[in-house]
Write a protein that binds this ligand. Structure first.
Ligand SMILES: Nc1ncnc2c1ncn2[C@@H]1O[C@H](COP(=O)(O)OP(=O)(O)O)[C@@H](O)[C@H]1O
Ligand SMILES: [Mg+2]
Length: 218
């Protein structure tokens, strides 16, 4: 199964979510490979500092849009789950990332600014859907979201207008996400139990949706 964490906006948590899903899925026993498509190569750098004593996952860089689908297809033979860490590039890469995937997770911050890039993303998404012979389900994920903040709840309502489902799990703003990114770990491997819990919840929700879509057996 191939899951892309994508959005045309930078700084929305694509890399954070990718790394943390990779760690959770690895601890659950899946063979996981992350494909880092961003030229900043943040996930490759994260992998570079990851201790060899931790459960083993893999990260490869792939910043050439023309090579991406082949790279992902080849890796798919050796891994249960490929996670694609998306790029904010408006160009061809975003279409390729979508086409290389079975399922899309679109992290979004509860801020009005983040809506502006959404229309452009949907152009890419619709184009990719036309090219692909299959439907590629996509879900919004609210990152740095707090249920008790009124503005956040209002933004969530606005998001519903786009017609894509929103994942039930939401991710809070937590220092442990920043710390684990520096340490080459995921929050699952740290001591912030609330972060751990929400990441397990997110991973399970995505696995359940994938199973319902016939992508993976639970
Ligand atoms: N839930 C969160 N809580 C705290 N910090 C976060 C959270 N999600 C992302 N960040 C921080 O926000 C910044 C941007 O996140 P990143 O995952 O790199 O976004 P993107 O890959 O979309 O550009 C990073 O410094 C990251 O550590
Ligand atoms: Mg990133």
């Amino acid at each position: 199964m191939k899951i892309a964490i994508t959005n045309l906006k930078g700084g929305v948590g694509k890399t954070t979510i990718t790394q943390n899903l990779a760690v959770c899925l690895t601890h659950m026993g899946y063979r996981v490979c992350v494909v880092d498509t961003d030229t900043n190569q943040n996930t490759l750098a994260w992998f570079g500092v990851r201790s060899e004593e931790l459960p083993n996952l893999n990260v490869v860089g792939s910043t050439d849009p023309k090579a991406l689908i082949k790279t992902v297809t080849n890796l798919h033979n050796d891994y249960d789950i490929i996670l694609i860490d998306g790029t904010p590039s408006l160009g061809e890469m975003t279409t390729r990332v979508i086409l290389a995937s079975d399922l899309l997770i679109i992290p979004i911050l509860p801020s009005a600014n983040d809506f502006r890039a959404m229309e452009q993303f949907f152009e890419r998404y619709n184009l990719a859907q036309e090219t692909a012979s299959k439907e590629i389900p996509a879900y919004f994920l609210l990152n740095q979201y707090a249920e008790n903040v009124r503005l956040h709840a209002e933004i969530k309502e606005l998001l519903e207008q786009f017609g894509l489902p929103i994942l039930e799990t939401t991710i809070r703003n937590r220092v442990s996400y920043v710390a684990s990114a520096v340490e080459g770990t995921g929050v699952y491997e740290g001591s912030d139990n609330k972060a751990k819990l929400e990441m397990v919840e997110l991973t399970n929700e995505i696995l359940k949706l994938a199973a319902e879509a016939g992508l993976v057996t639970q």
